[in-house]
Design a protein around this ligand. Structure first.
Ligand code: GCU
Length: 672
């Protein structure tokens, strides 16, 4: 989306040129250099002119960019009061005919302002009269890479890891710089480089030198590096006998390790930890709590102003009743026990990045602990790199959900931005979908999800519509008809995918292991909660997981107002029906259809809607370059096959329980 294609509308181009006549970028720092380079290349691309970007202010400058302490640029367009609202990262962008000012309290804030300004031109918006004050809603806006040290990427569908450990630190791939530019352009200011399941090697000096090289590349773009910390690292790297967080040698080891890391990377962000989950080591191995484990690491990074992000994605085989309940049961009793520099990172839903989940019950339930949102940008359960699914509507659905923790309008967004419970630390992360593929993210439309994560972390009030539109205009074309139709495909794509994969609240019915395609019949894995049959519970009576008070009681983890929306089968929001209820095959849905017929309807609608996506896309042939047009067309063919595969597999399998026919007005599944 940083293509800076020439502005083709001559009237607009003329207006832009009038505003741009004489640009100046004030200050001197590595970030200011980045601002100059980005500005020059963007203006060249957008207007075709090679601008000289000066570095000292004269009365003739028309575009003035720089930190506010270059006080000359303050009045009359920018006031001190306005600057106070900005904090460290907010920016001001003001323009009247012949004069534009982009400023903030730090160079990085100015860089964010510049990217916003360029976005306006890239998406052909007016720039002559502007009065924009923009402050990020969340402090930590992060990407979590699940990249292994051998360059495979866990749940990655876009090639190998972009971190070329072998050639680092000496060789700085241009990709690192472009990656930093892309992130800064959407406000992402933190990254973890390694998989939550990665080994401890990343913490050794040989690798820390490489991490330092990346941190040095990212710093001018305002991006801090974090690392995943394997809890057993003291045993693996230093041959200690234990990793018990209360053991003095263990504490000393981590303190020294933190000091060592900060000697390489003075602004190191801190650690991200997956502990006692899916076989990873953790404090519970020593009968210590998550809080004791997190606090030990937090003490190690505290002198350097580092933080610890402790994941709440935990579930154990020993507790087979309902995996949905486990994170809440483990973490709520620890509320108030974490150090000030610890955040608990919670996945958006209680199971695992399903096509649709109700929000995680931990949101709102730990008022004394800052909770960080974890979304998955990579499409592990959402068709991986062959399905076109725009995720902003999924992210928004969760952020806008009301927890009722402090009465109405206690949205998940207000929990994670810290405003509900007055937390200084706050943030949101996405598991990255980035790899070595030439288009970065696998599917030519998947970059939109990286983009959406960053934009929503900056401002969760942006609409999915606005985000899709910006991204399409910058990445593809400003042609109004193209934007209109393609945006509709994007906006509907997530619901379409839910229809052909997991309608009416079904979940975790994918093939196990790789998580690609349907597998609702799988029942032979030794961990019961990994088997799809554990989740859909289809039988001769009906289908769905009873999580109400007559079932697993998971619904009791939500506040009463929320429970009320879901606990009565007659009134439950149907998108979560089978998430919370075991409903009979003949249960009457709001449409008047029986549940079985509704299931048939949803799966078929999903398939038909992919055909609609194909038809809409075919209309864009003349609007898009041939390569991307063809790639998306081919992938839509695959997506249609996969939608049919899901429909056929799920309906034929569930039919063995419902014993009812698939209504004759639908395509009859091919049993082969
Ligand atoms: C999912 C995913 C794993 C990942 C885990 C996690 O279960 O399939 O690959 O490690 O989430 O978030 O830790």
């Amino acid at each position: 989306w940083l293509r800076y294609l020439p502005v083709s509308n001559p009237v607009l181009l003329q207006q832009y040129k009038q505003q741009l006549v004489s640009p100046v970028v004030l200050g001197s720092s590595s970030t200011v250099s980045v601002i100059r380079t980005e500005l020059a290349s963007a203006l060249k691309g957008l207007t075709g002119n090679a601008y000289t970007v000066s570095s000292s202010l004269t009365s003739t400058n028309t575009l003035i960019i720089g930190k506010a302490d270059a006080s000359k640029i303050l009045s009359p367009l920018v006031t001190k009061e306005e600057l106070k609202q900005l904090g460290e990262e907010g920016f001001i962008l003001k323009a009247k005919p012949g004069k534009t000012i982009i400023t903030g309290n730090t160079d990085v804030a100015v860089l964010y302002g510049l990217f916003h300004y360029l976005r306006l031109m890239q998406s052909n918006q007016p720039i002559t009269n502007l009065n924009i004050i923009s402050v990020p809603k969340l402090k930590l806006r992060m990407l979590n890479h699940w990249d292994n040290m051998n360059r495979t990427v866990e749940r990655g569908y876009a090639g190998f890891s972009i971190w070329d450990w072998h050639r680092l630190p000496g060789f700085i791939d241009q990709r690192y710089i472009d990656y930093a530019r892309a992130n800064a352009s959407i406000g992402i200011n933190a990254v973890t480089l390694t998989n939550v399941n990665a080994n401890a090697l990343i913490l050794t000096p040989a690798y820390l030198e490489k991490v330092k090289a990346l941190a040095d590349v990212f710093r001018p773009y305002g991006i801090k590096v974090f690392l995943t910390a394997r809890f057993s690292a003291p045993i693996e790297l230093a041959r200690l006998k234990t990793a018990d967080p209360l053991n003095e040698d263990v504490k000393a080891w981590w303190n020294n390790k933190a000091n060592e890391i900060y000697s390489y990377i003075p602004d190191f962000g801190g650690f991200l930890v997956k502990a006692n989950s899916e076989g990873q080591p953790g404090p519970q191995d020593y009968k210590r709590t998550h809080a004791e484990g997190a606090n030990m690491l937090a003490n190690a990074v505290a002198p350097h102003k580092g933080i610890v992000i402790w994941r709440a994605f935990v579930y154990a085989a020993e507790n087979p009743v309902d995996r949905h309940k486990q994170a809440y049961d483990d973490f709520v009793p620890l509320d108030g026990k974490f150090n000030d520099n610890v955040m608990v990172q919670v996945k958006n839903g209680a199971i695992d990045f399903m096509p649709r989940e109700p929000f995680h019950p931990l949101f709102g339930a730990m008022p004394k602990t800052p909770l960080m949102m974890e979304f998955q940008v990579t499409q592990e359960y959402l068709g991986q790199a062959t399905n076109w699914v725009f995720l902003a509507p999924l992210f928004k659905e969760v952020l806008d959900a009301d927890t009722y923790a402090k009465g109405k309008n206690s949205t998940v967004a207000k929990v994670i931005d810290g405003s509900l419970d007055n937390h200084a630390l706050n943030g949101m992360t996405g598991v990255a979908n980035i790899g070595t593929d030439i288009n970065w993210c696998g599917h030519p439309m998947a970059q939109a999800n990286w983009y959406a994560l960053g934009r929503l972390a900056w401002n969760y009030n942006l609409s999915s519509d606005a985000i899709a539109e910006e991204w399409l205009r910058m990445t593809y074309s400003n042609d109004a008809a193209f934007v209109q139709s393609t945006k509709q495909i994007m906006l509907r794509s997530r619901e379409i995918m839910v229809d052909y994969m997991n309608p009416i609240g079904l979940h975790h019915i994918m093939a196990t292991g790789h998580h690609y395609g349907p597998g609702p019949w799988v029942s032979n894995l030794n961990r019961p909660e990994w088997n799809p049959v554990y989740y859909h519970k289809a039988d001769s009576i009906g289908i769905g997981f009873n999580r109400t008070s007559t079932g697993s009681k998971a619904i009791e983890q939500y506040f009463p107002e929320v429970r009320k929306q879901w606990e009565n089968i007659a009134t439950c929001d149907e998108k979560y029906l089978l998430w919370f209820h075991h409903a009979s095959w003949n249960h009457t849905m709001k449409s008047g259809r029986s549940l079985w017929n509704e299931l048939c309807y949803k799966y078929n609608t999903g398939v038909d809607s992919v055909k609609w996506m194909q038809r809409e896309w075919q209309k864009q042939q003349t609007k898009v370059d041939a390569q991307r047009f063809k790639e998306v067309s081919m992938l839509l063919n695959v997506q249609l096959e996969e939608a049919k595969w899901w429909r056929n597999a799920c309906l034929l399998y569930f039919q063995t329980f419902s014993k009812q026919p698939i209504p004759s007005n639908y395509e009859q599944p091919d049993k082969t």
